[in-house]
Structure formats: structure tokens, C-alpha cells
Ligand binder design. Sequence first.
Ligand SMILES: Nc1ncnc2c1ncn2[C@@H]1O[C@H](COP(=O)(O)OP(=O)(O)OP(=O)(O)O)[C@@H](O)[C@H]1O
Ligand SMILES: [Mg+2]
Length: 420
Amino acid sequence: MSERDYTLEPDSELRFEVEGKKEVVVLNLLKGKAEIFGTEITPEKPYSFHSGAKVAVFTWHGCSIKLKGNTEGTYIAKETPMVMYLNTHACLERLRKQADEGLAKGEEARGPVTMIVGPTDVGKSTLCRILLNYAVRMQRRPLFVDLDIGQGAIAIPGSIGAVLVERAASIDEGFSQEAPLVYNFGHIAPNSNMTLYNILVSRMAQTVQEKIVSNRKVAASGVVINTCGWVKDDGYRSLTHVAQSFEVDIIIVLDQERLYNELVQDIPFIKVVFLPKSGGVVERTRAMRISARDDRIRDYFYGIKTKYHPHSFDVRLNSVQIYKIGAPALPDSCMPADMKMDDHMTKLVKIDPSGKLQHHMLAVTLTTDPEDLLATNVAGFICVVDVDEEAGTMKVLSPQPKPLPDTILILTEVQYMDSN
Ligand SMILES: Nc1ncnc2c1ncn2[C@@H]1O[C@H](COP(=O)(O)OP(=O)(O)OP(=O)(O)O)[C@@H](O)[C@H]1O
Ligand SMILES: [Mg+2]
């Protein structure tokens, strides 16, 4: 196994990737201080990285690091946008201080609501993580809202979520996902049902607003919002919808000047900031994205470092109520005169449980009233492992032990094949 020491000058970062399926790379900080995407590394503590990891170890003051194991594309970069990211954090921190002062005087103040936008593979998720980590290292308690249903970090693909950040992200597990607020969308791309996506975004914005009003510390800390990398046409319109719903104060545009200019022109009342992407951000192929989504569902059930023990049990098909949101669109000529396209997209369709459910993820809601399905958050997700139509049962994988709650399940288009 290869082993190598690296000495980093101030303001530089060591970048590496881990490839091979079973490969594990262990990192140790030998001297100085360093951080990974805003989380400080503890000296002499070994950190393990597994296949697929793309890492940057950044140092403000210089450090030395030992890497054990086989890494790919390993180099030290002296050019990084970290100073700009830190300056952005400093601006946000000033706004948090102002909000603190306002709140102390009994005013209705609020810390910055920041939204990060840009095309795919520009480091949006990473910048969210850095800004949230810096905030929490200053004793702030910001909210993290992830609206990226394809490559987001909360719950599973096909959902949007929010968590209160009380600790810096763990190097291997990211931000703690205790008590996340999750809305089920059910598809991995927003254009599968733009109407529903926008409804859920508005609903999430409302709930986040309520959270802010009820907690002064959170109110002063503000919100960081991650978004999808789809920035054209409906994707663009959806970004402006997010900005309005959350009453965003600052939009950070990563990498794309065209998007920056469009936003400056279209929403002159919001501050729009352009930041360059880091040269270290690694592009991901379609195959890598698919496998990242799969990994996220596996981690949802089985955990990453902390291992979870999901439950597997049979459920009687006639004991569950399953709905799907959105019916296939009819041609205009077939639609009743008073019905709009939008009505189709939010139509609730009752599903007869059958073999077709196999491998699908189902959202477990908190309601027994179909009328509530569009706008309520969900308790979690289960996966249909197998359906036995003859016996009238299905086998599910669930983070919670049986029985399933007596609430409605929503069928999603997200699929997972359990191979554990
Ligand atoms: N400075 C860096 N050095 C090395 N790797 C990096 C750096 N910044 C980000 N990465 C890696 O690059 C990959 C892509 O970054 P990230 O997920 O933040 O991009 P994104 O814009 O959110 O992508 P997506 O459009 O898929 O959501 C990640 O695996 C991340 O760990
Ligand atoms: Mg992302």
C-alpha cells in the first residue's frame, strides 16, 4: 500500500480522488491546521475515504498530511477560490450580527437567506457545506435547505429537505440528519412535474419561515439553500420561484456569467453575487450520478459510518392505501373545458397494489386524508422489495420496525434494488 507525506503552504489545498471499488485511503494531519470543505480536521486522528470520494484538504496557515492508500489525480493546488468563499462568509456574518442587534431591540429581524445556484458540477453543494460549516463554527445555528432532488444531501433522491445545522459536517457523513423536514416529490428531475415541485418549494418556504419566527438563534443565523443544476427555461423560472418563496436576500451564482446576468436583470431587488468555481470540482458522468443516487438510498437504510439496521417485513396489500400524485396528461382536446394542465399534475390517483410496485420507494406520510398529500411533509421512506400477488402481501424494507403507521403511502418513481 502506498504511503506519502505532503507539505502544504498557506492558502493551498491537496486534492485527491479515491477510485477502485474496495479502495480505502486514510488521511492523517501530522502538523498545522487544515479543513475539508469547512470542517476542521483533528490532528493525529485517522480519516478514511472510500471509493468515489473527491476530496480537497485546504489549509489557511500551512500543514503536513500523510495519505495511506492509492489515490488518483493527487496534486497540491495553490489557486483556490477559498479566500472569496471566506469573504462571502464574512459578509453573511455581518448580516447575522445586524439581525442579532435588531432582534435584541425587539425588531422583526432575520439573518441572511442565501441561495446557491449554478449549472451542474460547479461545487454548489460543496459551497453550501463550507458556508454552513463556517457559520456553525461561529456558534450560529443556520438552516440548510436542499432543493436538489437529483443530487441533494437530505433524505433520498426525489425529495427536498431541511435540517437545522448545530454541528460542523462530519467528514464522512456530512451534516447530521436528526429530525429533518422532508417533502416527497417522487421524481429525480423537477421537469417531471414542475407544478408539484413549485408547490413543494412554496410549502417548504412557509415551514422554514415558521421555524425562523419561533427560534431567535435560528432567525439570526439565516438559511442556506442548495438548488438543482438545471438553470435554463423552466429550471430558471423555478429558481426565480425559489428566490421569491423564500424571500431570498442573496443569490450566489457559481461559474455561469450568463445566469448571473439574467438574474441581475430579472430580480433587481435581490443581491446577486458571482463567484468562480473551484478548479478542483470534479465533473460527474451520468453513470456516476446514478450510482450516487443509489448510494444515497443505501445510506438512508444502512447508514454510512454509523450503521443502521433497517427492518424487513411483510405487509398485506389490502391493508395499505397507496396514492400517486399526477396523472398522465391528456391531449388538450380531451380535457374538460374547466380543467387546466396543472390540475393533472396535482391529481391524486389511488393505486391498486400490484407487482408493479417492486423496487419502488414509497413515501410514508403523516396523514390519512388524501386531500393533505400535496402539502404535507413525510415521515420517511420504505422500499418495496418484493410483491407476492397470490399471497396478497408485499415485502418492504423500512428504517422503522413494523407495523407501518396507518397513514397513506405515496408511490414514487424512485427505484432501489436492495442487495444487502
Ligand atoms: N476543491 C475541490 N477539490 C476537489 N474536489 C472537489 C472540490 N470541490 C468540490 N469537489 C468535489 O467535486 C464534486 C462535485 O462537487 P459538488 O457536488 O459540490 O458540485 P455541484 O455543483 O453541487 O454538483 P451537482 O450539480 O451534481 O449537484 C464532489 O464530489 C466534491 O466532493
Ligand atoms: Mg450538488
